[in-house]
Every structure is written in structure tokens, then in C-alpha cells.
Ligand binder design. Structure first.
Ligand code: SAM
Length: 346
């Protein structure tokens, strides 16, 4: 099977239920985050102000209709202003997001392609184009895409993920790692790969003598710094940043990060080198139905269990523990994931 095979557009789709009025601000933050992953409108989130709505279907349908009308009006306004726009590339990106929410991925793709033609320096758009099937899927998200995405969402990330999407991967991974460690083991040197704002750092701090974090996004790192959990924070791409740190850590963790990396071989190789003998690598993935890895229309990668195990083994890890998990909630439904604890083989 072609490891770059994409899921059919719309596979992850949900019915776009617009937010109840009192939840509008929250829903905007959440859907902005999800849509912006590749500008995907296929993922929609409904809220009643606290969590996923158990909505009255008639009220939800009426609200969905109102939302569609609003979106179409906004499309018409933006299209009308395009010729005179001082920043047509940004207007086209906005249009793409609207088309996605309107479940018109082909139109969204055309907007992204035009935006990149107008503004070739906006390299992050190439990833959205690939995610929508307009180009060959890359082996991982570009640094520019990750930085652009997370710098924009750093401010609202904790609220969006932590509270409203019921993000539970850090605590679930901590529980798995605890089971993989010898009883009573603590005082570890830990590196948090793709540490973000520090949600995983918070879950693992009590296990650490030293906790370092690596992330591409200065915005996310600023939030992590403010938590005062980390001994050191490094700005950079994980593979490059870890390369100069041989046998430094007892434990490496990567929570909700491998969804931005397709080909895991380079990551496993540098992580193994950065671990002390018998060191552990705890990670989460979004589960792919097929094996290999796929770039989904969301702009995120999903990985098959067989692929993860085989890649880890080839890099010199033994599987200690694995389990399926719900990583977070999207559109009121759990997102299927898998957690692993690998041990560096001797
Ligand atoms: C969804 S967030 C998860 C953050 C944190 N691990 C958590 O569990 O809350 C993904 C983070 O990984 C970072 N990231 C993604 N790919 C990366 C890469 N190749 N190198 C460094 N950081 C990366 C992003 O900047 C972002 O902060």
C-alpha cells in the first residue's frame, strides 16, 4: 500500500452544527483551531457552553441552516472584495476556510492554490494544499506550517484543547508510562518533544528530576515558559534539536505531536540516541485504519499500529506497553488514538 495514501476527503466529516449563541465565542476558538489545521471544515464542533451538545435535531438543523447562510454571505462579501483587496492571499485563505466549513473542499483547494501563487513566501499553505489532495503528501508538516499554526493558536490552545475538547492524552500517557516503569521509579531526566504550552509537562513533572522541552513554536514556548515547569526549553525542530543530545534522558515523551510528523523513522532514531540505556519513549498517535501513515484532510497524520511498531523496532526499541485510547473529543465523538511505551533495546 502506498504509505502516502490519503483518506477520501470528508471521511472525518461531521455535520456542521453551529454553536448555541452563548457558546459562540468558545465554539469560534475551537473551530478556528480545528479548521486551521489545514483549514478543514470537515471537522465541526458543537457546544452547549460546557461540552458537546446533545442537541434537539430540529433546532440543530435550523441553526445549521442559519450558519450556512452566514457563511455564504461572507463568501460573497470576500469574493466581491478580492480584486481590490490589499492582501488578496489572506482573503483567499479566509475564503478557503469558509469553503471548507461549507463542505466544498475543491473550492477551498483552488483558493489555497491561488493564494500560494500570489504569495509564494507563505510556504505553510503548501501543507494545506497537500492535505486536500492538491500535491504529494510530504513526510512531515513543514516547520513553517507548524510554526504558523501554533503561533496563531498559542493564546487559546489550553482552553480549547484542555477544557473544551476534553484532551486527555497527557494523563493517559502518564498512566501508561507509570506502568512501564519499575515500581517507585522517579527522579527521571525527561524530554518533552513538541512540548507546546506544557500540558504534558504538567502531567509528567512529578516524575522528573529534570524536565526539558523542545518545540518549533515560539508562541507555544512562551506559554510553556510561563508555567515554570521546565528546566530548559529549546526552540527548534525535534529531530534537529535532539541530534546533539546523546544519552541525555531516561524518558522522552511526545503527546499529540506525531500527528504533525508522517515518517517516524528519523524521530525514532534520534530519540533512541538521546535516551540512556533502557530509556523509555512514551508517545501517542492518531490511529489510522490502514497501515503505514496517511495525511488526512485535517492536515494531520494518522499512523497504523503495525507501522509504528515496525518503525520503532527497526530503530532499536522494544515495545513495553501499548493501549488504545480516546485522545480528545471532536464533533462530540472520541478521536481514536493509541499510546505506546517503547524501551530502548540493548
Ligand atoms: C497539539 S500540540 C501538543 C503539545 C503538547 N505535547 C501537549 O500534549 O499539549 C503539538 C505541538 O508540537 C509542536 N510540533 C509539531 N511538530 C514539531 C516538530 N517537528 N518539531 C518541534 N515541535 C513540533 C507544535 O509546535 C505544537 O506545540
Amino acid at each position: 500500500m502506498n504509505r502516502h495514501e490519503r483518506r477520501k476527503l470528508g471521511k472525518r466529516g461531521g455535520v456542521a452544527a453551529p454553536p448555541a449563541p452563548r457558546a459562540a465565542g468558545r465554539a469560534t476558538a475551537i473551530s478556528d483551531f480545528l479548521l486551521a489545521q489545514a483549514g478543514q471544515g470537515e471537522i465541526a464542533v458543537s457546544l452547549d457552553g460546557i461540552g458537546p451538545v446533545k442537541a434537539d435535531p430540529l433546532a440543530a438543523a435550523a441553526a445549521a441552516q442559519r450558519r450556512s447562510a452566514e457563511l455564504l454571505a461572507e463568501v460573497a462579501r470576500l469574493e466581491g472584495g478580492l480584486a481590490a483587496s490589499p492582501d488578496p492571499a489572506s482573503a483567499l485563505v479566509q475564503l478557503a476556510r469558509l469553503h471548507l466549513e461549507l463542505k466544498a473542499p475543491e473550492r477551498a483547494l483552488a483558493c489555497y492554490v491561488r493564494a500560494l501563487e500570489i504569495a509564494p513566501e507563505r510556504r505553510e499553505l503548501a501543507h494545506s494544499i497537500a492535505a486536500l489532495g492538491g500535491a504529494e503528501a510530504p513526510d512531515r508538516c513543514s516547520d513553517a506550517y507548524v510554526r504558523d499554526l501554533f503561533d496563531r493558536f498559542a493564546r487559546t490552545f489550553d482552553d480549547t484543547l484542555g477544557h473544551w475538547l476534553d484532551y486527555r492524552a497527557p494523563e493517559a500517557l502518564r498512566a501508561l508510562v507509570d506502568r512501564a516503569l519499575p515500581t517507585g521509579r522517579g527522579g527521571l531526566d525527561i524530554v518533552d518533544l513538541g512540548c507546546g504550552t506544557g500540558l504534558s509537562g504538567r502531567a509528567f513533572r512529578t516524575l522528573a528530576a529534570r524536565l526539558d522541552g523542545i518545540d518549533l513554536s515560539p508562541g507555544m514556548l512562551a506559554k510553556a515558559r510561563a508555567r515554570k515547569l521546565y528546566d530548559d526549553l529549546f526552540e527548534g525542530e525535534i529531530v534537529a534539536a535532539l541530534a546533539g543530545r546523546p544519552q541525555r534522558y531516561d524518558l522522552a515523551i511526545a503527546t499529540d505531536v506525531l500527528i504533525y510528523i508522517g515518517d517516524l523513522a528519523p524521530l525514532f532514531a534520534v530519540t533512541r540516541a538521546a535516551l540512556c540505556p533502557a530509556g523509555l519513549f512514551g508517545l501517542s498517535i492518531e490511529a489510522a485504519e490502514a497501515d503505514g501513515f496517511v495525511l488526512t484532510p485535517s492536515g494531520r497524520y494518522a499512523h497504523g499500529d503495525g507501522y509504528v511498531r515496525a518503525t520503532a523496532t527497526a530503530a532499536g526499541f522494544d515495545l513495553a506497553l501499548t493501549e488504545t485510547t480516546a485522545l480528545r473529543t471532536e464533533d462530540g465523538k472520541p478521536v481514536a488514538g493509541r499510546l505506546y511505551a517503547f524501551r530502548k533495546s540493548s
